[in-house]
Design a protein around this ligand. Structure first.
Ligand SMILES: C[S@@+](CC[C@H](N)C(=O)[O-])C[C@H]1O[C@@H](n2cnc3c(N)ncnc32)[C@H](O)[C@@H]1O
Length: 254
């Protein structure tokens, strides 16, 4: 374990930091995180994947932050878990989730061909058999029977406003499934708008967790939505409409 930690240049920070997740990676998982870091740095030479390239920043903002949202599942039971990361970009939070939760099958969805092409090369290099890059728009795939209402867990980070993220995620969830919206700041107004938007989608707000990241003490929130009823067929609305006319806004009724 120490070799990998030293390669990443994180020393003690990292081992203390993992403990804040209530979970410690195995040697094998640490090795894979290390390969992930190398591959992201290499990919960054050709593609604009991330601005965060220093080892501690990468660990905190890409590894720790990705896993903090799914902390309840890290040490939970080992039942199969169908997961989709909507707007995964360079694979966050979906790739760290696939590494940390081997019983999860993680679909990595993005609408940008170059990002998916990168992930199709990355996934085999990491030796991951439970991560599936998938090119598409969420508004389209959420209307397809092999995706709609088939996921236990949906994760979204830095993709859209919370009301839009709710419209993207709730149709994909099984009844009882959970969507995790990764947010920075979180305001009472956002919460009110979200609560208004999720009722017609068949969801309810389970909880909002506020926390700070372990190195830079940046403020983060994770918003957990639960699907309690089937989502009406008209959601999500056609491509582009959820962002143009977010649910809960006056224009969404026009
Ligand atoms: C800012 S990046 C965030 C990437 C990653 N989730 C992260 O936190 O590092 C947003 C990504 O969402 C994708 N995206 C935006 N709208 C989408 C949609 N409707 N369906 C699928 N992907 C979408 C974009 O192509 C982009 O790669």
């Amino acid at each position: 374990m120490t070799i990998v930690l030293e390669e990443l240049g994180l020393g003690e920070i990292q081992s203390e930091g993992w403990e804040t997740l209530g979970w410690i990676p195995s040697d094998r998982q640490l090795q894979i995180f290390n390969v992930l870091y190398e591959q992201i740095l290499a990919g960054n030479q050709r593609l604009n994947l991330t601005r965060i390239t220093d080892p501690v920043g990468f660990w905190e903002k890409h590894l720790w932050d990705s896993l903090r949202g799914v902390a309840p599942w890290l040490s939970g039971d080992k039942l199969p878990l169908r997961v989709i990361d909507i707007g995964t970009g360079a694979g966050f939070p979906g790739i760290p989730i696939a590494i940390a939760i081997p019983q999860a099958e993680v679909t990595l969805l993005d609408s940008t061909g170059k990002k998916i092409a990168f992930l199709q090369t990355l996934v085999p290099r990491l030796g991951l058999e439970n991560a599936i890059p998938y090119l598409g728009r969420v508004e389209a795939i959420a209307q397809q029977s092999d995706h709609r209402q088939t996921y236990d867990l949906v994760v979204l980070r830095a993709v859209a406003a919370a009301t839009v993220a709710a419209e993207y995620s709730l149709p994909l969830l099984k009844i009882g499934g959970v969507a995790v919206l990764y947010r920075g700041q979180w305001t009472p107004q956002e919460q009110q708008d979200l609560e208004n938007a999720i009722a017609p989608l068949g969801g309810k707000l389970d909880s909002v967790e506020a926390f700070v990241t372990p190195v830079t003490e940046s403020v983060r929130h994770c918003v957990y939505l639960r699907k309690i009823k089937p989502t009406p067929d008209r959601f999500p609305r056609p491509v582009g409409i959820p962002t143009q006319k977010p649910l809960g806004s006056p224009e969404s009724n026009s």
